[in-house]
Design a protein around this ligand. Structure first.
Ligand code: DOR
Ligand code: ZN
Length: 445
């Protein structure tokens, strides 16, 4: 059964391009936004109706930083399982990092991800290619070929590009086709630890990753890019100094954007106190002042968008000693309520501002003009959110193949009621006989 027309009624529209929330209907026809207004049933009597009563209606969320582990580590996550987690969290577009096994560093690898996504994913999956071959930091990968094959940007995420010479070349190279460089900022000669370099680290006897390791690489890259002015994006920003560097660079007109992840707004390094590896990620949890600075950076626009850094890892790996366990936690299913808790509840951002930073802003960074908006003709990707609904995070109910979240048992507010990709309801999964049943498990894009 094909969903030719879907009309969403009774919701409060959070449209990034409007000044305030408005009670408006949305009509999707053949997968694209056809109309926004009132009384739309009269113009499309054949449309199926989805009642969004009591809910917010926003563009589908966009996450420009996730890890899907396919190819090579499918026991942690696949494109299918990661996309199922994404739509459960309200995301309709996710950009996956190339630190797979092997790394995604050729056009054939980009095509593989896109083909797998078309076959198995419930949302749109756009791959990043590696900046350097094998993510080894030595030789540039075939950036133009990957771009032509559909890479949305380039990153060696998991580590930064250590060589200034290689980074300079990468910025110059992508400038030729207006490509995007996303950098994991960490100066390796200052790093190598397991958590934030702090008193807590000393007390626990763990090696530290100092704030300056992040700041030094950002400062260097900003210098390198000052004249080139390529599109340069800082991934998972975590320190006050990093925010200040980006704030000043923006004031000087530099071409730079930045993202933050939920855990860097809600948790601090002291969470590592009992050696619980669910609090181990890179960049590490920092100090309360750093948390505060990231929030201020979001409020004043220094930090452009909200990401997740969804990083699934197997249970047995996370059960290792703190310094041996891998970095990273799940993010896709919990990001929205955690951002509500960190930003909307305390009054730092309005609902509309929150949605902008999870839709229009990441779309802009990734150069995706057809989404993150309700403009007529854009993709029919939508999330309906029950903003006041309380629920408790239960890792065992996750759609991910992994369970590594430090937020299990946390009571949160704000629940995804429906996720719609290309006019089809992809969450909750349709049951047999449901009005919008999607009979096969064919992919969306
Ligand atoms: O926490 C992290 N996990 N940080 C990274 O840079 C890599 C990621 C992963 O791939 O697990
Ligand atoms: Zn990452």
């Amino acid at each position: 059964m094909k969903n030719d027309a879907l009309l969403i009624t009774n919701g409060v529209l959070l449209d990034p391009q409007r000044q305030k929330p408005e009670r408006l209907e949305v009509l999707i026809v053949d997968g694209l936004i056809r109309a926004v207004g009132t009384g739309l049933k009269a113009t499309a009597p054949q449309a199926a109706v989805l009642d969004a009563k009591g809910g917010y209606v926003a563009p589908g969320l966009i996450d420009i930083h996730v890890h899907l582990r396919e190819p090579g580590q499918e026991h942690k996550e696949t494109i299918a399982s990661g996309s199922a987690a994404a739509v459960a969290g309200g995301f309709t577009t996710i950009c996956c990092m190339p630190n797979t096994t092997p790394a995604i560093d050729t056009d054939a690898q980009i095509e593989f991800v896109l083909t797998q996504a078309a076959r198995t994913a419930l949302c749109r999956v756009l791959p990043f290619g590696a900046i350097t071959k094998g993510r080894e930091g030595k030789e540039l990968a075939e950036l133009q070929l990957m771009h032509d094959a559909g890479a949305v940007g380039f990153s060696d995420d998991g580590c930064g590009v250590a060589s200034a010479a290689v980074m300079l070349k990468a910025l110059q190279y992508v400038k030729m086709f207006d490509g995007l460089i996303s950098q994991h900022c960490e100066e390796p000669t200052l790093s190598g630890g397991a958590m934030h370099a702090s008193l807590t680290a000393m007390r626990l006897g763990l090696g530290g990753i100092p704030a300056v390791a992040e700041e030094l690489m950002i400062a260097r890259d900003l210098q390198l890019n000052a004249r080139i002015k390529a599109r340069y994006h800082v991934q998972h920003i975590s320190t006050a100094g990093a925010c200040e560097l980006i704030r000043r660079a923006k004031q000087q007109g530099q071409n730079v954007t930045a993202e933050v992840a939920p855990h860097h707004l809600l948790l601090t390094d002291t969470c590592c106190d009992n050696y619980d590896t669910h609090f181990k990620m890179n960049p590490p949890l920092r100090s309360q002042q750093d948390v505060q600075a990231c929030i201020e950076g979001l409020v004043d626009g220094t930090i452009d968008c909200l990401a997740t850094d969804h990083a699934p890892h197997a249970r047995e790996e996370k059960e290792l000693e703190f310094d041996r366990a891998p970095f990273g936690i799940l993010g896709l299913e919990t990001a929205l309520p955690l951002y509500i808790e960190a930003l909307v509840k305390p009054g730092h951002l309005s609902w509309l501002e929150l949605i902008r930073k999870m839709t229009a802003q990441p779309a802009g960074i990734a150069g995706l003009k057809d989404r993150g908006t309700f403009a007529i003709g854009s993709l029919g990707d939508i999330v309906i959110i029950q903003g006041d609904e309380k629920w408790t995070i239960d890792p065992e109910k996750s759609f991910s193949r992994s369970r590594n979240t430090p937020f299990g048992g946390r009571e949160v507010t704000g629940r995804v009621a429906h996720t719609i990709t290309g006019g089809k309801i992809v969450f909750p999964r349709p049951t047999a006989g449901a009005e919008f049943a999607k009979p096969s498990n064919e992919g969306i894009v």
